[in-house]
Design a protein around this ligand. Sequence first.
Ligand SMILES: [Zn+2]
Length: 54
Amino acid sequence: MSEQAKDEVYYECVRCGTVVTSSELSKLLEIKCICGYRILRKKRPQVVKVIKAV
Ligand SMILES: [Zn+2]
């Protein structure tokens, strides 16, 4: 379970604020939050830049 998607999209439930990733949504048959609410808004992922000092 170490799947890393660079362009993963994050969705935030407008009701409960739960953040769901696109990969999690793809497991579901329909786009909705775990609370049952179906209105999610896109959220910018917190991108962690890894810079290697050479
Ligand atoms: Zn929700």
